[in-house]
Design a protein around this ligand. Structure first.
Ligand code: ADP
Length: 171
């Protein structure tokens, strides 16, 4: 069967607020599976994020910038429209516990309904990352818990700065 070059790229969309070692694991395995991985930071105005989109992009570049097969980008609106605009047919998603499954199943089904040519590919979390989520990392870091083994060093520094500054502010 003929292979088209665009099939060898995958878009990994998410909030990445912040990027965790769980995300890094999926990206590394994505690069081992596809020629190119586009990490697409969602610009969702309905969410109030800890880090702005430009901050999240800058952090992702710091953590992944030395890999020429990883592109960092942002998108707003429908991910399938973004994928079509980029000429990429694969969306990469990670699955942790069963609790991820229902949402991811709905999302993938909706995306298939919207665009038949865009396929969602899932990777199971690795053993050491199954408990990791951006939300929990945010929460633990906000209470001063040590998240240094859960996130890349630049993200750890950014979290420390963010919550240290908040603490330092008089209320
Ligand atoms: P989160 O769900 O942690 O807030 P995102 O919305 O940025 O993070 O997630 C983007 C994608 O990465 C989703 O498919 C999500 O299931 C996946 N993901 C997040 N954390 C992990 C992890 N620890 N292991 C595997 N996949 C993950």
């Amino acid at each position: 069967m003929a292979t088209s070059p665009s099939r060898s790229a995958a878009i990994y969309p998410g909030s990445f607020d912040p990027l965790t070692n769980g995300h890094i694991d999926i990206i590394k395995r994505g690069v081992a599976t596809f020629d190119r991985v586009i990490v697409a930071v969602a610009n969702n105005p309905q969410k109030s994020p800890l880090f702005t989109v430009p901050e999240r992009i800058a952090l992702a570049r710091k953590c992944l910038g030395d890999n020429e097969r990883v592109e960092i980008d942002t998108f707003d609106g429908l991910i399938v429209e973004y994928a079509q605009k980029k000429g990429v047919h694969v969306l990469l998603r990670g699955l942790r516990a069963v609790s991820d499954f229902e949402y991811e199943f709905q999302l993938a089904s909706m995306n298939r309904k919207l665009a038949k040519d865009v396929e969602t590919v899932f990777m199971m979390t690795s053993e050491e990352s199954f408990y990791l989520s951006s939300r929990l990392v945010r929460e633990v870091a906000s209470f001063g818990g040590n998240v240094s083994e859960m996130v890349p060093a630049p993200v750890y520094d950014a979290l420390t700065q963010r919550f240290h500054k908040k603490k330092a502010k008089p209320s």
